[in-house]
Design a protein around this ligand. Structure first.
Ligand code: SF4
Length: 225
């Protein structure tokens, strides 16, 4: 009997293979965000599609004024085919609400759209995407941002910052700052919510959570301007 997970996995793979057969995969001709999403199902621009279940494309309001960019889908997102649904996503949702930002008016996506992992027994351990993978997947991110055309893009962590600026960004130094660009939306830098989950000490975690909340409040103010 297949498990719940493997059934999902097989169905997603079948969809991905169908997209590949139908000739999609580069999204060059996509006229809408939805067409771009469809095309991304069959992407083979880097090797990460091979072991992942499916492409996890961004989702949210197609005309959002703020786009949040994370690193890559995690184990739960890979199975669900949706971004920010795992533990970090749940925490992110809660802090977003506290900051007064309506999630339904935002768009969330990742710099890299396939789950990269190392198998360890039955578990799949998150593995950081490399520069080549980030660069390859920027193809999708740039087009997503082109369609959504937000006022501000929030880089959640170093991978997103690299994808958005095309170079390494010292997140601890840039955190809380906005870089204004003439040829695109402003970029705001902060940490990835999964960072908060990795802090063991309760007091330190709570302090970092407050800092993250402060960052989100400044994003809301930026949007109100
Ligand atoms: S990670 Fe991005 S570039 Fe690589 S195969 Fe997946 S969608 Fe394509």
């Amino acid at each position: 009997m297949p498990t719940h997970e493997t059934t999902h996995h097989a169905a997603a793979r079948a969809r991905s293979q169908a997209s590949e057969k139908s000739g999609t995969g580069d999204g060059e001709d996509a006229a809408t965000l939805e067409e771009l999403r469809e095309a991304a199902r069959g992407c083979r621009r880097c090797p990460l599609w091979r072991d992942a279940t499916q492409t996890v494309f961004g989702e949210g309001a197609a005309d959002a004024r703020v786009v949040f960019v994370g690193e890559q889908p995690g184990d739960r997102e890979d199975i669900a085919g949706r971004p920010f649904v795992g533990p970090a996503g749940e925490m992110f949702d809660a802090i977003l609400a506290e900051a007064g930002i309506d999630r339904s008016e935002t768009y969330v996506t990742n710099a890299v759209k396939h789950f990269k992992f190392e198998p360890r027994g039955k578990r799949r351990i998150h593995s950081k995407p490399n520069v080549g993978e980030i660069q390859a997947c920027r193809w999708w991110l740039d087009r997503e941002l082109g369609f959504v055309a937000p006022k501000i893009v929030v880089a959640l962590g170093a991978t997103a910052a690299r994808a958005l600026l095309g170079k390494a960004v010292p997140i601890t130094k840039m955190r809380g700052q906005t870089v204004a660009r003439e040829d695109g939306p402003d970029i705001f830098f902060t940490v990835h919510p999964s960072y908060l989950l990795r802090i063991r000490d309760a007091a330190a975690r709570s302090a970092e959570r407050e800092k993250f909340l402060t960052d989100l409040v400044s994003i809301r103010r930026h949007l109100d301007r």
